[in-house]
Write a protein of this length. Structure first.
Length: 319
């Protein structure tokens, strides 16, 4: 029903908007602007269509970007054998172990768990060794052993660990921790792989490392001897006699024991040290010095079979 004249809603109509399944009234609008509202709504519909089209175009462009940079266009893996042989080429022909390492490690990255990856890992360890990167060599070789403990190249991996530590042995004035590690690693080669081609070289390196450690003990022992700390000196020389009898330092160690025991008045041990020295190294200059020390004390070299010195040498078959 049209409102009567004079009503406060005169000249207006009530607009109802459909929404959520029921009619509702949101506002009263003057008749004079209805055409403008219709035009605005038409414009909104057109704008909505334009916006939807723009969004569709954007989605299409993003899809194109994904195709351009995504997984579909990721360069395919290179064949494992090609990477491996390129590594060998850099290592052998070009003498460039660092470049070889990159190729061998790429095999492991692109083709993990393959036979080529196994071969590349041991070659990477060797390449690290050749380039003087000893810590990296040890890491790679240990990884190889943990992954392939029963493979034929496990012995070589263990040898590389020992050789890496061995090549970093410092002079005797410095800490010998690397020497101890070299000994332990090379002993593993002999213990686990005694029939391998690396066992002989490992034994040779072990003798050098043992001589180095004995030299360190002698250096410290001489220092104590000069300071008249005879007990400290004896303890150091005792290490050489009991653990490193096959090194070149054992002759001097026995003579220094004669000096130390004579200074302390422990004559019987001094006599035993001199006797063992003379029995095992009769032509040694160190024996002549030891003999003179005992003789000047009014005694002769005489071995006490119960002495730790005598027992130490009999244990290794030298006495």
């Amino acid at each position: 029903m049209i409102p009567k004249s004079g009503n406060r809603f005169s000249g207006k109509i009530m607009l109802g908007l459909k929404g959520n399944g029921h009619d509702h009234v949101d506002e009263f609008v003057p008749k004079s602007i209805l055409p403008m509202i219709s035009a605005a709504r038409a414009s909104q519909r057109q704008h909505g269509l334009t916006r939807m089209l723009a969004m569709a175009l954007l989605a299409a462009s993003l899809g194109a970007c994904t195709s351009l940079f995504g997984k579909e266009d990721t360069p395919p893996d290179e064949p494992a054998d090609r990477l491996y042989n390129e590594g060998l080429y850099y290592l052998n022909a070009k003498k460039d172990p660092k470049a070889a390492i990159k190729k061998f490690e790429e095999v492991d990255r692109q083709h993990p768990y393959s036979e080529w990856a196994r071969k590349s890992l041991i070659m990477a360890a060797y390449s690290y060794y050749e380039s003087g990167q000893y810590d990296e060599c040890v890491t790679a070789a240990k990884r190889y052993i943990s992954l392939h403990p029963g493979s034929p190249d496990a012995a070589y991996a263990q040898y590389l660990i020992g050789a890496s530590y061995f090549d970093e042995i410092p002079d005797i004035t410095r800490d010998q921790a690397r020497t101890e590690k070299a000994l332990a690693a090379l002993d593993e080669v002999i213990r686990k792989y005694p029939a391998s081609e690396y066992a002989v070289s490992a034994k040779q390196k072990i003798e050098v490392a043992r001589d180095q450690i004995a030299g360190k003990e002698m250096l410290v022992g001489r220092y104590y001897l000069e300071k008249k700390d005879y007990t400290g000196a004896i303890n150091r020389f005792k290490v050489v006699v009991t653990r490193y009898q096959t090194t070149r330092h054992v002759e001097e160690a026995l003579e220094r024991l004669v000096e130390s025991y004579m200074a302390l008045g422990i004559v019987e041990e001094a006599q035993t040290a001199a006797a063992v020295l003379g029995h095992n190294f009769p032509d040694s200059d160190w024996y002549r010095h030891a003999y003179a020390l005992v003789k000047n004390g009014g005694m002769e070299p005489s071995e006490n079979k119960g002495s730790w010195i005598s027992k130490a040498f009999k244990k290794v078959g030298l006495g």
